[in-house]
Ligand binder design. Structure first.
Ligand SMILES: [Fe+2]
Length: 281
């Protein structure tokens, strides 16, 4: 089904987790505007999940969010992976597909982590070529997400925002701006998150992620196991003041709470977006 036949993706969305599938199916009237589905979950999902998701796809606009593209690796792009993701996007009428600006496998050996890339010219050029290849294969614009980091790989000393911006400008892709990841990195590496925000081509931000993190021995760790913290909400308000309204979704991946907890965060997103449009109006 073509995305053109579906409602626009706007306002607050939820990262769909199996724990909430049944409740969403029973409650057609939730305030959620749209859903984000993890691409790889579709490859091994039981028929029960696929049936439920197909029903939700009739009610909600969907986007796909991958973790397996392995964009920055020196391995060749996995064309079979690209084809499987594209087929699911087509089947569900997904409005866009996103993945991460990182690497996660080399020599065919896979890590479970999204590993940051050295922020240097050579890697910028490599990522631009890879994104162009993905976009040509799909006939769609790729949306790339900034990742959280706990170390800086050797060989790259460009600021993170410059690295991301140059790849976006050079490839024509769009940004999934994860403000929790941005905040985590700002605290772990000691930079001003507003400098990062103001340096980005904000008109290329297609989607925003909000999530919660934990502090382990003084290091901020992107666990997706907590509510969005007050500082990240403040950063979201800063972003909304700088950019046109961007669809924004909540991610929880551990210690997943009741759907109502996510809906409260979704309402907070809509209130912030609404406040911005009221201020403009
Ligand atoms: Fe994210």
């Amino acid at each position: 089904m073509s995305p053109a036949g579906r409602t626009r993706v706007s306002g607050a969305g939820l990262g769909l987790r199996d724990e909430h599938l049944g409740e969403l199916l029973k409650a057609p009237g939730t305030e959620v505007g749209w859903l984000e589905v993890v691409t790889e979950n579709l490859f091994s999902a039981p028929p029960r999940f696929i049936d439920g998701l197909s029903e939700l796809a009739e009610r909600y606009p969907l986007v796909l969010h991958g973790v397996g593209l392995n964009l920055g690796s020196s391995d060749p792009l996995d064309l079979r992976y690209l084809d499987r993701a594209a087929a699911w996007a087509e089947r569900l009428g997904a409005h866009w597909l996103s993945d991460h600006l990182c690497w996660s496998a080399v020599g065919g050996r896979h890590s479970h982590d999204l590993i940051p890339l050295p922020a240097c010219r050579e890697v910028i050029d490599h990522c631009i070529r890879r994104i162009e290849q993905v976009q040509k294969h799909w006939g769609r614009t790729l949306v790339i997400e900034n990742v959280s980091a706990y170390l800086r790989p050797r060989g790259g000393d460009l600021p993170e925002w410059e690295f991301l911006s140059e790849i976006v400008e050079g490839s024509g892709c769009e940004i999934l701006l994860d403000l929790n990841n941005l905040w985590v990195n700002a605290k772990n590496f000691g930079f001003d998150p507003l400098v990062y925000l103001e340096a980005l081509p904000l008109d290329r931000v297609r989607q925003v992620h909000l999530a919660g993190h934990e502090v382990w021995d003084g290091i901020r760790v992107d666990t997706h196991s907590r509510p969005v913290c007050a500082e990240v909400w403040d950063l979201y308000r800063d972003f909304v003041a700088l950019a046109d309204p961007v669809p924004t979704s909540i991610e929880w991946d551990r210690e997943i709470p009741a759907l109502e907890v996510l809906l409260q965060e979704a309402r907070a997103i809509d209130a912030i977006l609404q406040g911005a449009s009221d201020a403009v109006g």
